[in-house]
Write a protein that binds this ligand. Structure first.
Ligand code: GCW
Length: 658
C-alpha cells in the first residue's frame, strides 16, 4: 500500500530567503549519513522551492555547507546563515543530519532564514522506539495495520523501510527494536543465520540515518534454539552457548545496538525459574556482548499476575520497586533497566514509578507507550506529550537538585551515559502510519521530546501541525486546540482520579467498570456501596513508602495527595469533599458529562477545517472523531450508571443517569 510522507511532505513555502543558498551542497567528508542528509535537502529544495539542488565538489559553489566539527558533542548540531553559505555543523554526521532536519522544520514554518541560527545537543543519549511487531506480521497492541518489518516469518526491506528511518531520524530517534518483547515462534530465531542477510540490509538502511538496530531476545533461547535442558544464567553450558551464539550474531551484524529483554513477566521465561536474580541474567548477557559495545536493556515490568482478591497486601504497583530496588548497584555498566513511566501499565493517569529515584547506582531508561493501548487505541485522539511532560518534570527528591525523571533518564543525576527514553511505537502499515492521522503527533512528539525535553507540549503540537498541514493560522489553532485538550478529555470520560483500568479485558478497548475487578491481575478499583479506591498508604499496601520524602508523606494522606491520583492511593467515601467543594461522586458525574461535551466540541472544531486540510485526512479524522464522540457517551453512561447504582446518590444536577 502506498504510504504517506507524514510530517516530511515538504510543501511549497512563500518565504523566499533560503533560495539564495540553493546553488549547491558541499561536504568535505562523506558517509552514508551525510548522503542521507543531502538527499533530504534535495527533496526539500524540490518540494518547498521547486529547485534542483546539486551536490558539488567545489566549496565555493555551494550555498549549503555541511561540516563535521569535532569540538561539538557527538550528536549535537549548530546551524547558521552566512554571506555566501548556510552552514550546518554537527559533532558527527548524525549531528549534521539532525541539524538539517531542524533547518527544514524552520523553513517549513516560514521562518526567515537569517533568523535560523540554532545549536542543540540532544538531552538523552538513547532515544528509542520499541516495536511490538511479531514475525507473522501482526502487532501486539498495534492499531494501525500490520507490521512493515515482518510478514509470514520473513523480514521486509523496501521503500517503506527507508521512509520509516527518515521519519524516525527526523525527530532524533537513534535506536530501534524491531521485534516484540514477547519473543515467541520465529522471532526466537532472529539470532540465527536464517535472518542475518535481511537484518544486515535493515541495519544498513538504519545506519544511514544514525539509527542502531536492536533485537528483543528470548531468555529461553538455549532451550528453544539450542539443545540444552536449561537456560540457567549461571550454568557454564548456558554461558558458553550464549558466547558462541552472540559472537556469531555480532560477527554477522557488527554495530548491532544490543538486546531488549522481558524476563519473568507475563509468562516469559527468565532467571527466576532457576532461582537466580535479574542481575544474574542481565549481567551474564551483558558481559558477553561488551567487547562489541553492545547493550542489554532489561525491562522492569515484572509482577505477580495471579493475585487473590482477598489479599490486600500484595500490590502490583509495588512489584517493580520490590523486585529491582534491592539489586541497585549490582548491574554491570552495559545493562540498562527500562522502567515504565508508572507502576502499573500505561493507564491514562498513574503516579511516576518510584524506581525513578529509588535506583541510584543503575543505568535507567524511561519507557512510555505511544501505542494507545489504554488511551483510545488510535481511534480516539489522545495527545500524550502533556502526560510525558509531567512525568519528566516530576521531582523524585533522590538528590537535592537534578532529581527529576528528566535528569535521571538523561543521565545528569548520577553522571551516566547509558540511559535515555524509549516509546512503544504506534506505527503499522496503514498508509498514514498511525491509523488516526492525529496520532502521528505522538510519534513526532515523543522523538522531539526525547531529543529536547525543554520543549513544551504546545510547541511540539504546533511544529507537528505546521509540518503536516501548513501554516494557515486557523488550521493550526484548531489542531493545537484539539491535541492539547485531548488527554484530559479522555481522562474525564474514562476512569476517574487515577484508578485506571475499567476496560474490557484482553483487548482493552471500551468501558467495562468491573472488567478487571474480578480477575487476578491485581488491577482493582475496590468500589463498593460506600466508596472507591485502593488504599496504598501505610495503612494499606504500603506502596507510598517506596517514594522519597516529601513525596511519600504527600501521597500517604488523603488531604495532601494530589487530587488527580486520589483513588490510586486511597479508598475514599463517595461523599468525601474534594478541594473544589464537590463530593467525590458528584465529581465523577460532572467529569463524565464534561468529557462528552469536550469530545463533541472536538468534532465541531474539526468540521470547520473542511477544505483547509487534505480531503482524505479530513474525512478519516472526522469519522474517527465521530466514533470517539459516541464512544465517550458509552463510557459516560456505563461509569455514571455504575456509580449511581453502587452509591444510590443522585446527580445534583439531575442529568440522565440510567
Ligand atoms: O501493557 C501490557 C500489554 C502487553 C504487553 C505488556 C508489556 C508486550 O497489555 O500486551 O506485552 O504490557 O509491556 O510487556
Amino acid at each position: 500500500m502506498a504510504h504517506s510522507q507524514a510530517w516530511l511532505c515538504y510543501r511549497t513555502v512563500s518565504e523566499p530567503g533560503f533560495r539564495q543558498y540553493l546553488t549547491g551542497v558541499y561536504t568535505q567528508e562523506g558517509d552514508a549519513v551525510l548522503d542521507s542528509g543531502i538527499r533530504e535537502l534535495q527533496l526539500a529544495a524540490q518540494g518547498m522551492f521547486g529547485v534542483e539542488l546539486p551536490r558539488t565538489e567545489a566549496p565555493e559553489e555551494a550555498g549549503i555547507r555541511l561540516q563535521v566539527s569535532p569540538e561539538l558533542k557527538t550528536e549535537a548540531y549548530r546551524i547558521y546563515p552566512g554571506e555566501a553559505a548556510y552552514t550546518i555543523e554537527g559533532g558527527s554526521s548524525a549531528g549534521v543530519l539532525y541539524g538539517i532536519f531542524q533547518l527544514l522544520r524552520r523553513l517549513q514554518a516560514e521562518v526567515p532564514v537569517q533568523e535560523i541560527r540554532e545549536s542543540q545537543t540532544p538531552d538523552n543519549p538513547l532515544r528509542m522506539l520499541n516495536h511490538w511487531d511479531n514475525m507473522d506480521g501482526s502487532i501486539e497492541r498495534g492499531y494501525s495495520g500490520k507490521s512493515f518489518f515482518f510478514q509470514n516469518d520473513e523480514i521486509l526491506v523496501n521503500d517503506r523501510t527507508r521512509d520509516y528511518a527518515r521519519l524516525a531520524a527526523s525527530v532524533g530517534i537513534n535506536g530501534v527494536v524491531i521485534n516484540n518483547v514477547n519473543v515467541k515462534h520465529a522471532a526466537t530465531s532472529l539470532i540465527t543465520g536464517r535472518y542475518f542477510d535481511k537484518l544486515r540490509s535493515l541495519q544498513h538502511i538504519f545506519a544511514g540515518y544514525g539509527i542502531r538496530l536492536f533485537l528483543s531476545l528470548n531468555f529461553a533461547a538455549p532451550l528453544e534454539l539450542g539443545s540444552l535442558d536449561t537456560s540457567d544464567p549461571l550454568d557454564a553450558g548456558v554461558v558458553s552457548w550464549w558466547q558462541e551464539k552472540l559472537q556469531e550474531v555480532y560477527e554477522a551484524l557488527p554495530g548491532l545496538g544490543g538486546f531488549l529483554i522481558k524476563a519473568d513477566s507475563e509468562g516469559r521465561p527468565g532467571p527466576f525459574t532457576y532461582g537466580r536474580t535479574h542481575a544474574d541474567g542481565a549481567n551474564m548477557l551483558a558481559d558477553i556482548i561488551k567487547p562489541w559495545g553492545g547493550l542489554i536493556i532489561w525491562r522492569c515490568f515484572v509482577y505477580n499476575c495471579k493475585q487473590d482478591w482477598r489479599d490486600r497486601k500484595t500490590d502490583r504497583a509495588r512489584a517493580g520497586y520490590d523486585h529491582f530496588q534491592p539489586l541497585d548497584g549490582t548491574f554491570h555498566d552495559n545493562v540498562i533497566l527500562q522502567i515504565k513511566n508508572g507502576p502499573m501499565d500505561f493507564q491514562v493517569r498513574e503516579p511516576v514509578s518510584p524506581l525513578f529515584g529509588g535506583l541510584e547506582a543503575t543505568n535507567q531508561m524511561l519507557e512510555v507507550q505511544i501505542a494507545q493501548e489504554y488511551t483510545g487505541q488510535q481511534r480516539h485522539v489522545c495527545y500524550l506529550i502533556p502526560m510525558f511532560r509531567e512525568v519528566l518534570d516530576f521531582r523524585t527528591h533522590c538528590a537535592p537538585e537534578k532529581d527529576t525523571v528528566r535528569d535521571i533518564a538523561s543521565g545528569k543525576t548520577h553522571g551516566r551515559t547509558n540511559c535515555g527514553m524509549a516509546a512503544v511505537a504506534n506505527t503499522g502499515d496503514d498508509s498514514n502510519w498511525t491509523g488516526h492521522d492525529l496520532a502521528a503527533a505522538n510519534w513526532y512528539g515523543f522523538g522531539r521530546l526525547s531529543f529536547d525535553p525543554s520543549l513544551t507540549s504546545e510547541e511540539i503540537a504546533r511544529e507537528w501541525a505546521t509540518l503536516t498541514f501548513g501554516t494557515d493560522p486557523r488550521v493550526l489553532a484548531v489542531v493545537e486546540n484539539i491535541l492539547m485538550g485531548s488527554w484530559k478529555t479522555y481522562e474525564k470520560y474514562t476512569s476517574p482520579l487515577g484508578i485506571g483500568w475499567m476496560v474490557n479485558p484482553n483487548h482493552h478497548y471500551g468501558p467495562n467498570v468491573d472488567g478487571y475487578e474480578y480477575d487476578r491481575w491485581g488491577t482493582y478499583h475496590r468500589a463498593d456501596h460506600k466508596g472507591i479506591g485502593v488504599d496504598r498508604s501505610t495503612e494499606g499496601t504500603g506502596y507510598t513508602t517506596q517514594y522519597k520524602e516529601p513525596n511519600a508523606s504527600m501521597y500517604n494522606t488523603v488531604e495532601t495527595c494530589p487530587e488527580e491520583l486520589l483513588l490510586f492511593f486511597h479508598y475514599v467515601p463517595y461523599n468525601h469533599r474534594l478541594s473544589g467543594g464537590t463530593t467525590l461522586i458528584q465529581h465523577i458525574y460532572n467529569t463524565h458529562f464534561e468529557g462528552v461535551e469536550e469530545a463533541d466540541a472536538m468534532v465541531r472544531m474539526w468540521l470547520e477545517l473542511a477544505g483547509k486540510v487534505p480531503e482524505e485526512i479530513h474525512r478519516s479524522t472526522a469519522s474517527r472523531l465521530e466514533e470517539q464522540r459516541l464512544h465517550a457517551r458509552e463510557w459516560r453512561d456505563m461509569v455514571n450508571t455504575y456509580f449511581y447504582r453502587k452509591s444510590g446518590i443522585p446527580d445534583e444536577l439531575n442529568r440522565t443517569i440510567y
